[in-house]
Ligand binder design. Structure first.
Ligand code: CTP
Length: 409
């Protein structure tokens, strides 16, 4: 089989050097990569580097090898175009259909999925001109990854950093795997909770659980790759922020509830993958609880935490919003799952069987997705990302069905 053909567009930002790592990851994982830098990108990384790393000639303009009609052919043949870094100028040109060099010509002739990984100063990213250009590109189906927050050029910090090349690579892999059907969640906002809450007992102890957050992160990553704007509410996770995802960090169930309720009104779908503690200590000791010689320890009194999933499912923030829960069961998995689905009032419930080495902390998962409409979708043992894709397929189906029924009214 032919290697998938990727065009790596590089525009003129200091983060161009990070695109070398993206290029290396793409070539080493079996992609045929053609690098198309802009003229200003070559101020940061020279043509020799791109050519040596990709094994292809490199040009910035349309007047080289004219007999091969590169300004048309490169885009036409591509299975994926990724622009990293995408400067504010490049985004503006792409949004307005300008074509004054090889990269902008390629963007107009490509009929494959296109991923932009912007990098710029915070002010530029937040400027209404850039916001509108990004919105235009997303509306047309491009995946525009949210920049990361952190150190920028010079002494500045803020939103605008190029996401980690490993994360951009993951997005590309996922977009390629979905083929040319395009990002079906473009224009959607989804909220995903991940990880496990911790309920503090005193300054050094907490009641927690073994959730790693991997399933929630897989959901966030796959949704971003399918074009969604993603808010990931992460409870005590130790993983790097996925590319293109807004991450809100929380600790306790009460904080998680607040963050979910804040993000939900604007969301097309809310997926509660976090393991939320059902109880919290009734009292928090401001000083460390000490053992006392000859005395039994004091019992810990617990109180109920709010059921966030049931609450958002009951008080839907908007019509047609899809609410998804997760359930970890050890016995009578399907029967317990059906009861829980009804009790929580959500549209979909992903039911996992938990046991030794199953689910918690593992890279893989096996589940059945139960629907409030009586549907049952078995998901065979496989990577957590495969389960995430199926969840989004089911969510997307419900969202487009709801949109269809609204239109027919
Ligand atoms: N959940 C929640 N708020 C809680 C507890 C759970 O939103 N206080 C959500 C979880 O994020 C998950 C789903 O509810 O999506 C299922 O959680 P689970 O703990 O299995 O449900 P419980 O109601 O606690 O049922 P059980 O006591 O039978 O385990």
């Amino acid at each position: 089989m032919d290697k998938p053909k990727v065009v790596l567009g590089v525009s003129g930002g200091i983060a161009a050097y990070k695109a070398c790592e993206l290029l290396r990851r793409l070539t080493e994982s079996g992609h045929d990569v053609r690098v198309v830098p802009t003229q200003s990108a070559l101020h940061f990384v020279g043509a020799a580097t791109w050519s040596a790393l990709s094994g292809h000639p490199v040009s910035t303009e349309v007047w080289t090898d004219v007999h091969e009609v590169p300004h048309v052919r490169i885009g036409q043949r591509a299975d994926l175009v990724v622009v990293a870094p995408a400067t504010t100028d490049l985004l503006a040109k792409a949004a307005h259909g300008l074509a004054d060099d090889l990269l902008t010509n390629t963007l107009l002739t490509a009929r494959c999925p296109v991923v932009f990984a912007p990098a710029m100063h915070t002010e530029m990213w937040e400027h209404p001109a850039t916001r509108e250009n990004v919105a235009t590109l997303r509306r047309r189906g491009a995946v525009v990854i949210e920049p990361a927050v952190g150190r920028l050029t010079g002494a500045d910090t803020g939103k605008g950093r190029l996401p980690d090349p490993a994360e951009i690579f993951e997005t590309c892999r996922r977009v390629l795997a979905r083929g040319v059907t395009g990002p079906d969640l473009a224009g959607r906002h989804v909220v995903v909770s991940a990880g496990g809450t911790r309920e503090p007992l005193d300054p050094v102890r907490f009641l927690g659980n073994r959730s790693s957050g991997k399933q929630g992160y897989a959901l966030a990553r796959t949704a971003a790759a399918r074009g969604a704007r993603v808010t990931l509410i992460a409870a005590n996770t130790a993983m790097p922020d996925p590319a293109g995802v807004d991450v809100v960090r929380v600790g306790t169930a009460v904080q998680l509830r607040e963050a979910v309720l804040k993000a939900a009104p604007d969301a097309d779908a809310v997926v509660m993958a976090a393991a939320v503690a059902d109880f919290r200590p009734a009292q928090y000791a401001t000083g460390k609880i000490k053992k006392k010689d000859g005395q039994e320890p004091e019992p810990i009194v617990l109180v109920r935490n709010p059921d966030i999933l049931a609450e958002i499912a009951k008080d839907r923030a908007r019509e047609g919003q899809v609410v998804v829960g997760f359930a970890a069961e050890t016995d009578d998995v399907l029967a317990n799952g059906r009861t829980k689905l009804r009790r929580k009032g959500c549209d979909l419930l992903v039911v996992n069987e938990v046991g030794e080495r199953k689910t918690f902390g593992s890279e893989e998962n096996e589940a059945v997705v139960l629907g409030a409409d009586g549907s049952e979708t078995p998901v065979p043992h496989g990577p957590k990302e495969a389960l995430a894709e199926i969840v989004w397929d089911l969510v997307e189906h419900r969202l487009s069905r709801a949109a269809g029924s609204l239109e027919s009214h």
